[in-house]
Design a protein around this ligand. Sequence first.
Ligand code: FES
Length: 120
Amino acid sequence: MSESQWMEIGALADIPPRGARVVRTELGDIAVFRAADDAVFALDDRCPHQGGPLSQGMVLGHRVACPLHNWQIELGSGEAVAPDEGCTRRHPVRVEDGRVYLAPDTGGAAEAARSVETES
Ligand code: FES
């Protein structure tokens, strides 16, 4: 079953601009990012390199720099910027009337967890 359910996670204003907050779900921690232009993105809070907490990275434009070894991850796709290679699962997220809604992607989270396990 990969059907996603929208859940309200709070106000956009509660996420610092160019920052993130972590939403703990049954599928693991999901980092919800807010770019300087108020675009929001949701990715597993795990770097595709060695599982670093992306929520603690610096957001620049629509990318986040992993705090561990500085890989750059595209927030829109979850992909590492070349020359690095790897992909973190993204999750659907939207803003309505200043509230943020997240739909954790069940199929993807399991896949992301597997890829991290094989690297560590
Ligand atoms: S764990 Fe993210 S760059 Fe190494």
